[in-house]
Design a protein around this ligand. Sequence first.
Ligand code: 0L1
Ligand code: MG
Length: 256
Amino acid sequence: MTDVTALAEQLAEAAKSRTATEPLTGRVDLDLATAYAVQDALVRLRTDAGETVTAVKLGLTSVAKQRQMNVDEPLYGWLTDRMAIDRGQVLDVSRYIQPRVEPEIAFLVGGDLAGPGVTGADVLAATTAVMVAIDVLDSRYAGYRFTLPDVVADNASAAGYLLGDPRPVEGLDLRTVGCVFSKNGEVVATAAGAAVLGHPAAAVGWLVRKLAERGRRLPAGTVVLAGALTAAIPVDTGDTVRVEVDRLGSLDLACR
Ligand code: 0L1
Ligand code: MG
């Protein structure tokens, strides 16, 4: 039987020592259900150490990301207070193995969302506000080479996140909002909200249905990062990235 705690400890050690590890698949039997059990154990190591889960993230929700990572299904993971980045805070890249950043839209869910039939429309009805967001990734696998179960076990490469000001969702068509993603003053990618599973709220609906399969729910007050609109880009000392999302505002992140 797969020792999920031992695998979680290996991934936690890779993050702590900033040393990439080899994918788990190939070394152990890892189906998707076992991978989510490893993810749970990894998050438990963080909460046992005093961290608090502050948000949920979806990943691989756009064709651009799925192609980049060679997988064909979304996934989810958990963000903690230690991963939260304040606006104006400089990202210390030495804390990570191989950091990448990507532009996202985040939801503040105002009502409980649960069950196998939840749709994007239900998500929008329960949404209190939406925000521009930057997701900071740091795969614990060398060169971001992994299978879907590997990256699920690695908590969706979660490493950091930054949120913009909350904006009302009423009157916004999140399919057509435009995103401009720049690095060091040069535009590196552009996208519309529809890049995220056709509508970012649909991605949150997928999350709720997936959680329901495991008897879990999204409680009122949860922040959800709905997944990247574009492929992720690597960042290094001296870089500055900017994410601008039409009607949601912009965020800058400088790296040292
Ligand atoms: O946020 C994400 O899309 C995480 C998915 C994991 C793939 C990656 O590390 O880019
Ligand atoms: Mg992401």
